[in-house]
Design a protein around this ligand. Sequence first.
Ligand code: URP
Ligand code: ZN
Ligand code: ZN
Length: 467
Amino acid sequence: MERTAISTIVKGGTIVTATDKFVADILIENGTITTIATSIPGTGPDVVDASGSYVFPGFIDPHTHLDMPFGGTVTADDFASGTAAAALGGTTTIVDFALHTKGDSLANALKTWEKKAAGKASIDYAFHLTIADGRRETLEEIPLMIEREGVNSFKCFMAYKHVLQVDDETIFRVMQAAAKFGGLVQVHAENGDVIEVTVKEALDAGHTAPKYHALTRPVQLEMEATARAIYLAEVSGSPLYVVHVSSAGAADAISDGRKRGLSIYGETCPQYLVCDTSDYDRPDFAGANYVMSPPLRDKWNQNVLIGKLKNGELQSIGSDHCSFLCEQKELGKDDFSKIPNGAPTIEDRVAIVYERIVNGGVVGLNQFVALTSTNPAKLFGLFPRKGTIAVGSDGDVVVWDPNASRTISASTHHMKADNSIFEGMTVKGTPRYVISRGRVLAKDGKYVGETGKGIRQKSAPFRPVQL
Ligand code: URP
Ligand code: ZN
Ligand code: ZN
């Protein structure tokens, strides 16, 4: 077989997609998979030995916050450090949130985030847009963003009052526009109005420690907002994607909506599968590293979320990567409500999920691929270019050694944050090679790619999909 110069062969691995598992070689030419066959001849440096390994489609992280101003500071990882760390963990595409500012245009928000990523991203990236106001001008831009700019999802925050939160009228109007023009609405589902009261009461009573972050955001406030968003979606006819589901109660609301035949999708995150409220009691202000919203929940919620991933009631797993240095977390030393919300998770998302649900015997390999790659690709208009291994798809593959173990630590991870909420956890299963459009980005835990080669991906309009 004659091959062009820019080609890579992935040889001898067990290919695993959301539906299949078989041994074959993969030829990637000029960034695209051109052949999948039992034996593709070739030797030399452009041949990747995948024997004894799984070959997964590049993992897709549908929920990241890079270079984002938030909580009185800016996230520690920008598109350079964040995407290199993502690649080392096996992620070859992210969908990051471009933040809209009240009174400004969606086009400007998108331009700002495109500038942040261009020339810095090591892996491919697409964007969601957040919505900061429900002005007529904003709503009129939604179809333009979908049709011209390749953004198919719009996030409304139901919390972070006075900062990112929007009211129900705005959410409903965004849903109407999404329903009409092929958009998917996302919600951060917590009742921000009530949280404003509970936080003030806690602070007035002198409660300043990190654990009060969780105590002032009880699970009912996530359940109520999730159910409210689902009812609004039902009335407007819009599809809905609920991000970072942390609790059994919120996941139950999603299950109820799906039982009514609605196009409702739920995402959880690795942190909600392995961390819990007791982490807020860590000494020396270390509990601040676990401050995120929604907060970590009582441990029993983990198995309910995992059960819902297994039975298909939750369909996606994002990292919600939003990293801060300990020094930045110190902004809330005397007031838990000033601790920047979020944690560094982009690098370890895949490994934690593999450990918890594959090694844990909960789901098989196909479903693991669906949750971490294929379903996000389908929801965010990237499939089948991304999210699978097929002729014509981008040559994004991860050669995964299921037997190699490592222990996660902030001292060895590649994210900028000097803390890890997964510190000391041992995971079995690591990427040997991470390949983006035929280029090896990571090899045996070392970054060998070039910075800035990631390409902005346009999302196709959302189409309801059975997941
Ligand atoms: O605490 C979190 N989740 N930080 C990131 C912003 C968000 O709410 O997704
Ligand atoms: Zn959120
Ligand atoms: Zn987030």
